[in-house]
Design a protein around this ligand. Structure first.
Ligand code: PLP
Length: 360
C-alpha cells in the first residue's frame, strides 16, 4: 500500500463551483468570474490555424506571446513566464518559495487557492485582518512573522472586488523584509488599468512578482493561459518546477492575437464596468449592498449568513448560481459575476423575488 505525504492526505480537494441546475431550468452560472463575451474573433481564428500541427510539442518559451505582452505593456519580454492559467504559476511559486520552514501570508479574505497552494507546499498559511473587505497594509505589516517566506496579495481582490492603490502596494513592499517574496496577483488587473497604476516596475526590486491572466478580461478561461513578470533569479528557480510544455500552441497563438487586439479587450472591460455599475446601483436601491468593485463581479452583502444562504438556495432553485463566500471568511455575502444583460436580468429578477419573500 502506498500512502500520500501526510500533509497532502490531510487536505480537502479544492472546492470548485457547484453547477447542477434543477431539472427543466437553464443554468445561469455567475459563479466563476468568467467573461460576459467570447474571446476576440482574431484570437479564435489564430487558434484554428494551429490545429493541423498538433503532432508537435508547443513552443516551451512562449516566444511570440511574451513579445506581444512586452510590446503592449512596455516591459522586458525576458522577464515573462507563462503558466497553464495563473493557478499554475501560483502553485509553482508556493512550491519553490514556501514550505515547512517558510510560511505563506495573505490578507484575511484571500483568494482560496492561495491556501491550497500553501497546503500543497506543506507551508503554514497565515492571514491578517482586512477592513471592510479591503486589504490593510498596516495589518499585514504588523502580523508578518519571522518565518514568513511568501506574501500573496490579489489586487483587485477576489472575492472582495476591492482594490488598494499602488502607493499601498509600494508601502507593503517597503515594509516587508527583503528576503520575503511578494506576489501581486492581478488576475483582474485589466479592469483597473484605466486608473493608470500598473505595478510592473516593482519587479525591478528583485523580490516582487506580478501575475496576470487571460481568463478574465480577455474571456479566455478555457484556453488556460496565465503569465507574470518575474525578477531573473526568481524566474530561474521557478522554471525548474514548471511543466516544460505547459501551454498548447493553439492557446499561445490565440493569447498573442488577443493581446494584439487590445481594443476588443478594452471594450469588454468597458461593457463589463457599465453593466456592473448599473447592477450595483439597482441592487443598492433594493436594499442589497454590494461592496465597491474594480472587477467583473460584485460581492453582495446580504446582511447575515442566514440571508446569504437563503438567497443562494432560492436562486439555485431558479437555475441561477452565485458563489457563497463562507470559505473566504465572508459568510454574509454572495459573489455575483457580471454576465451578459439577459443573464443579469434573470439573476436580478430571481434575487428581487427572494428579497420580497425573505423575512429575517
Ligand atoms: C485572484 C485570482 N487569481 C488567479 C485566478 C486563476 O485564474 P486562471 O484561470 O488564470 O488560473 C483567479 C480565478 O478566478 C483569481 O480570481
Amino acid at each position: 500500500m502506498t500512502y500520500a505525504h501526510p500533509h497532502i492526505a490531510r487536505m480537502s480537494p479544492y472546492a470548485l463551483a457547484q453547477l447542477n441546475a434543477p431539472g427543466g431550468k437553464t443554468l445561469i452560472s455567475l459563479s466563476q468570474n468568467e467573461s460576459l463575451r467570447p474571446p476576440s474573433p482574431t484570437a479564435l481564428e489564430a487558434a484554428a490555424t494551429t490545429l493541423g500541427t498538433s503532432m508537435l510539442y508547443p513552443d516551451p518559451d512562449w516566444t511570440d506571446l511574451r513579445h506581444a505582452l512586452a510590446d503592449l505593456h512596455g516591459i522586458d519580454a525576458g522577464g515573462i513566464l507563462c503558466g497553464s492559467g495563473s493557478l499554475d504559476l501560483i502553485a509553482c511559486l508556493a512550491r519553490v518559495f514556501s514550505g515547512p520552514a517558510r510560511a505563506v501570508f495573505a490578507p484575511g479574505h484571500a483568494y482560496p487557492f492561495f491556501r491550497t497552494a500553501a497546503q500543497v507546499a506543506d507551508a503554514r498559511f497565515d492571514t491578517a485582518e482586512e477592513i471592510d473587505a479591503v486589504v490593510s497594509v498596516d495589518a499585514l505589516l504588523e502580523a508578518v512573522r519571522p518565518d514568513t517566506g511568501l506574501v500573496l496579495v490579489a489586487n483587485p481582490g477576489n472575492p472582495t472586488g476591492t482594490r488598494i492603490p499602488k502607493s499601498e502596494i509600494l508601502r507593503l513592499r517597503q515594509g516587508l523584509r527583503q528576503d520575503i517574496l511578494l506576489v501581486v496577483d492581478e488576475a483582474y488587473g485589466e479592469f483597473a488599468d484605466h486608473l493608470g497604476e500598473r505595478c510592473f516596475d516593482l519587479v525591478q526590486g528583485g523580490n516582487t512578482v506580478i501575475l496576470r491572466t487571460f481568463s478574465k478580461a480577455y474571456g479566455m478561461a478555457g484556453f488556460r493561459v496565465g503569465w507574470g513578470l518575474f525578477p531573473p533569479a526568481i524566474a530561474q528557480e521557478l522554471r525548474k518546477v514548471m511543466n516544460p510544455n505547459n501551454i498548447p500552441a493553439s492557446s499561445q497563438i490565440a493569447a498573442a492575437a488577443a493581446v494584439r487586439d487590445d481594443a476588443y479587450m478594452r471594450e469588454t472591460c468597458a461593457m463589463t464596468a457599465t453593466l456592473r455599475d448599473q447592477t450595483a446601483a439597482h441592487l443598492r436601491k433594493a436594499g442589497l449592498d454590494p461592496y465597491p468593485s474594480f472587477t467583473n463581479f460584485l460581492l453582495l452583502n446580504m446582511g447575515s449568513p442566514e440571508a446569504a444562504q437563503s438567497a443562494d438556495t432560492a436562486l439555485r432553485a431558479d437555475g441561477v448560481f452565485l458563489r457563497p463566500q463562507g470559505g473566504a471568511g465572508l459568510p454574509h455575502t454572495l459573489r455575483m459575476t457580471i454576465a451578459d444583460p439577459e443573464a443579469m436580468n434573470t439573476a436580478i429578477g430571481s434575487l428581487m423575488r427572494w428579497k420580497e419573500e425573505y423575512r429575517a
